[in-house]
Design a protein around this ligand. Structure first.
Ligand code: BG6
Length: 293
């Protein structure tokens, strides 16, 4: 049996012969769905998410580049929309690859470069860059890797983040490990700097940027009812944003449905968003996450 790929005008779907699958929307190269062999969905996607390219997708794994949060968070990004343009641009599908004769994995590659941007975004961020985004599906994991290159003569600075929305059964029973003693910035408390003690649990809105003390290789474990469900290992992405919008934030997002959907999701977002990464002419940055079942 072979890996099955279908490539339409709007999305690319890959399925392993054993049933695991992934769906990537070309708008934003947003991973919309990741299912295990039993067909269980691992990602949360809003029922009101716009998938027609008119808005960034509310759910799945939108890609944040070149700024996290408000564009005005940076001098060079001040005219960009929230979370940058990558999640709001149409990417090109560059093709698939598998290790020779091996149908237990598939890698899908997507590209976006300065020339693909809308005039408005190009004007707002006039650097020459290339983004290569790879989505690798195996029987037990999903890896998403971003490679950013500076193809111009001017150096540029950026932030990037893999804004993963995970599906959970009941947020009140979720705990996330890998953050003990992590310094974090509480975005709901005027960016106050705090230190995490023990697991992260949820009893209201939470929106913080953590820098786990053990570094990127220290796994993050998402548990439900005390049972480990997913494990995330990062490569070269030092920060992790954890976000749950709870009642009021969800009510304010027109594309967030059902309105009590916050009970069924949590965002764990691996990235580099504290300060800026600088890329000189010809240089490249690579960052990745692998999510294990
Ligand atoms: C998170 C931020 O990464 O994204 C939150 O930490 C923000 O502050 C959330 O609300 C969603 O952002 P957006 O632009 O998709 O509504």
């Amino acid at each position: 049996a072979q890996v099955t790929i279908s490539h339409g005008n709007a999305r690319v779907t890959a399925e392993l012969p054993t049933g695991e699958s992934v769906v990537v929307l070309l708008h934003g190269a947003t991973v919309l769905s990741w299912k295990d062999a039993a067909g269980d969905e691992k990602l949360w996607l809003s029922e009101a998410a716009k998938l027609d390219g008119t808005k960034a997708v509310r759910g799945g794994i939108p890609l944040v580049f070149p700024v996290f949060g408000a564009g005005s968070n940076g001098e060079a990004t001040k005219n960009l929309p929230q979370h940058g343009f990558a999640r709001n641009s149409r990417w090109e599908f560059l093709g698939k690859s598998t290790s020779e004769g091996d149908s237990s994995n598939v890698k899908l590659d997507f590209g976006l470069s300065s020339g693909d941007l809308s005039d408005e975004h190009q004007k707002a961020w006039p650097y020459r860059f290339g983004l290569l985004y790879s989505v690798t599906l195996t029987r037990e994991s999903l890896t998403t890797t971003i490679v950013i290159t500076n193809d111009g003569d001017e150096p540029f600075e950026f932030q990037t983040l893999l804004h993963s929305y995970f599906r959970v059964k009941d947020i009140s029973k979720v705990s996330i490990d890998g953050f003990d003693k992590a310094a974090y910035v509480d975005q709901l408390a005027k960016m106050a700097t705090k230190t995490q003690a023990g697991s992260i649990t949820f009893d209201g809105e939470l929106d913080s940027i953590y820098t786990p003390a053990g570094g990127p290789k220290e796994p993050i474990v998402l548990s439900e009812d005390g049972k480990p469900r997913l494990r995330i290992v990062r490569d070269n992405l030092d920060n992790v944003v954890v976000w749950n919008p709870h009642v009021d934030k969800s009510a304010g997002m027109s594309d967030f449905e059902p309105k009590d959907g916050w009970k069924k999701m949590v965002c764990i977002e691996a990235g580099s968003v504290r300060g800026w990464q600088k890329l000189d002419k010809g240089d490249a940055f690579e960052g990745a996450q692998t999510i294990y079942l």
